[in-house]
Design a protein around this ligand. Structure first.
Ligand SMILES: Cc1cc2nc3c(=O)[nH]c(=O)nc-3n(C[C@H](O)[C@H](O)[C@H](O)COP(=O)(O)OP(=O)(O)OC[C@H]3O[C@@H](n4cnc5c(N)ncnc54)[C@H](O)[C@@H]3O)c2cc1C
Length: 334
């Protein structure tokens, strides 16, 4: 581990000022960044600890939406009474991730920005285009069982590991960002970048830019929502395939649908193709299956990831079936 400077800030303004310095990195709960520093994958010159200096409340908005401070701990978000009642898919996704101890420390912004668990990325002795651009991607023909099948490139297959991001994508989340250049907002959809030729570029965040809040619009009326996560063991494990479904049915037709996938994409994956196939139609197993197959038609399956096509299909169908069954029945967390 390289030596580094450490400052705990008292305000977002101070964080932005210090975060603009060359080699500085923001520290949320540190459950990802400090891990990567120990592995020599990350080596910041300075850590700007946001604890106490970034928004950490969940504010209900007049329109029924919420504004979540970037510093809200994963556990506090998942157990918040309004989040559980109005956005159960988010609570479920967060609680499906990591462990109680990690969730007590990890922050909302840190979760959205956590980095891939690809074994080649996390091993500083191995080539990796994301960590060391141009060095190669041994995952293409190597160990890739937990990597992506959607959005991959010849330069990178790394899957995005965040469960929270998948649920937030299905809830049409938006990000509030702040830097010395001012404030701006971005939809979460499109915030994470596909690897293409530049896998080292993971998000649209600019250098030194701080996430201050995540905003969720009011939940769609009568929507059923569910997060389904399939993994090698029932807890403390990342998704092999996951799906967040938010579906509202009225008069026998799907009137609103958001479907997002985890574990299978190089970014948290919004299933636009499936959504288009579902919207306006009468829900049922054949429709769900067709929509899942349409979304997965572009999947790039390799020896290690071949099983993921079928796993993701089943995951999508199950999430849609359950979300549709809950539509119009209130939103108690199952
Ligand atoms: C053993 C283990 C198992 C896990 N299992 C899962 C799992 O199943 N599912 C899952 O989703 N996650 C899982 N995780 C990952 C965990 O959710 C993340 O480590 C955590 O959410 C990161 O949050 P943090 O606040 O600790 O981030 P940090 O490590 O502090 O930061 C992560 C990144 O975000 C940046 N950052 C932090 N805050 C801001 C901000 N406000 N503005 C701009 N940049 C910022 C940092 O600079 C850094 O680049 C697991 C982690 C561990 C250790």
């Amino acid at each position: 581990m390289q030596p580094f400077a450490y400052t705990r800030v008292a305000s977002s303004q101070e964080a932005i000022r210090l975060g603009a310095r060359e080699g500085a990195r923001f520290l949320g709960g540190g459950t990802n960044l400090v891990d990567l520093m120990r592995l020599d994958v990350e080596a910041p010159d300075e850590l700007v600890d946001l604890a106490g200096g970034e928004p950490d409340g969940i504010e209900r908005l007049a329109d029924g939406g919420v504004r979540i401070g970037a510093g809200v701990r994963n556990a506090d978000l998942a157990h918040d009474a309004y989040i559980r009642q109005a956005y159960p898919v988010l609570s479920q996704a967060v609680l499906s991730g990591a462990s109680a101890q990690v969730r007590n420390l990890a922050t909302t912004a840190g979760n959205l920005l956590q980095r891939t668990r690809c074994v080649y990325f996390r091993d500083a002795a191995m080539p990796c285009n994301k960590r060391d651009p141009g060095s190669g991607c041994p995952a293409q023909d190597g160990y890739n069982r937990n990597l992506a099948i959607l959005g991959t490139s010849a330069h990178c297959l790394a899957s995005n590991p965040s469960d929270m991001s998948v649920a937030m994508l299905a809830l049409d989340a938006g990000l509030q960002l702040s830097s010395s250049a001012g404030e701006r907002t971005l939809p979460l959809a499109g915030f994470h970048c596909l690897p293409g030729n530049t896998p080292e570029r993971e998000t649209r965040l600019k250098a030194g830019e701080l996430i201050t809040h995540v905003c969720l619009p009011a939940p769609p009326a009568d929507a059923g929502m569910l997060y389904v996560k399939l993994r090698d063991r029932a807890s403390f494990e990342f998704a092999l395939a996951s799906a967040a479904a938010v579906v509202a049915v009225a008069d026998g037709r799907i009137r609103h649908v958001r479907l997002a996938l985890g574990g299978v994409g190089t970014v948290p994956w919004r299933a636009h193709h499936a959504e288009r196939e579902l919207l306006g139609h009468a829900p049922g197993p054949a429709l769900f299956d067709a929509a899942a197959r349409t979304e997965l038609a572009a999947a790039q399956l390799r020896d290690g990831t071949r099983f993921k096509g079928e796993l993701a299909r089943r995951c999508i169908v199950h999430a849609l079936e359950r979300a549709v069954a809950m539509s119009g029945r209130g939103r108690a967390t199952p």
